[in-house]
Design a protein around this ligand. Structure first.
Ligand SMILES: Cc1cc2nc3c(=O)[nH]c(=O)nc-3n(C[C@H](O)[C@H](O)[C@H](O)COP(=O)(O)O)c2cc1C
Length: 221
């Protein structure tokens, strides 16, 4: 598979088979992802991969927080806050596409909330990773995390795996910090659920389009 094929194949997948990924394959993929570039080679990413019983326990602990009514406490400002103009429109279109595939209408608030909760079920994926960087770092360093994330997602595709990057996984950090040795001073930027795609799952019919090249890139001679 070449890079163009991997790019075209990758989509955010939200329905998984329960089958775990072989530990050797996991190690190979995360070893290769280290090759992502970063500002001054600072490599600000730190990753915790949670699987098996630990993953089940973590889901339960996060749900306990959610059900107790705890307010989400992400350290970094979530990507969907304060959007306006074209960005708000694209966010709306994204939600419209997603709920549309799932047969949920705009006024069906409870169904939308139920679907949103799937984020913290890790979309039933057998593995979830949490990516953190020093909380003192800013948006330029967050570029490095983005590059690392895309590198990881393409490697997963190359190895027949699917994933869903999730800003939502930064919302309830305490249970993650309780089980993982995350470097002191770090904060979670995002998480990523991954595993083998459940190809028949309706939720995976979601296809997000992109704006045309002419709206996004200017070529000047
Ligand atoms: C940094 C980042 C955070 C995201 N957070 C979430 C999330 O919390 N939940 C979710 O279902 N999808 C999340 N997504 C997936 C986006 O909705 C998805 O990438 C976008 O709609 C484009 O669709 P595609 O990935 O299928 O091409 C996130 C994507 C990125 C890059």
């Amino acid at each position: 598979m070449n890079v163009s094929d991997a790019l075209k194949t990758r989509r955010s997948i939200r329905g998984y088979k329960p089958d775990p990924v072989a530990p050797e394959l996991l190690e190979k993929i995360f070893d290769q992802a280290r090759l992502a570039p970063s500002n001054c080679n600072t490599q600000p990413w730190h990753t915790v991969v949670v699987s098996g019983q630990a993953r089940k326990d973590l889901q339960a602990a996060i749900f306990e927080e959610i059900m107790s009514g705890k307010t989400p406490s992400p350290v970094f400002t979530p990507g969907d806050s304060g959007l306006s103009g074209v960005y708000k429109e694209r966010q709306y279109q994204c939600a419209f596409t997603y709920y549309g595939v799932m047969g949920i209408e705009r006024h069906e608030k409870e169904k939308r909330q139920q679907l949103a909760l799937k984020n913290w079920e890790f979309f039933d994926a057998p593995h979830v990773a949490f990516i953190s960087m020093p909380a003192s770092m800013g948006p330029i360093n967050a570029i490095d995390i983005g590059l690392y994330l895309q590198t990881l997602m393409l490697l997963l595709v190359e190895n027949g795996l699917a994933s869903c990057p999730q800003g939502a996984l930064a919302f309830y950090p305490d249970p993650v910090f309780k089980i993982a040795n995350i470097p002191e001073g770090n904060a979670i930027v995002c998480g990523i659920s991954f595993g083998y795609e459940d190809v028949g799952a309706r939720i995976n019919d979601v296809i997000m389009d992109r704006d045309p090249l002419t709206d996004l890139v200017q070529f000047i001679d």
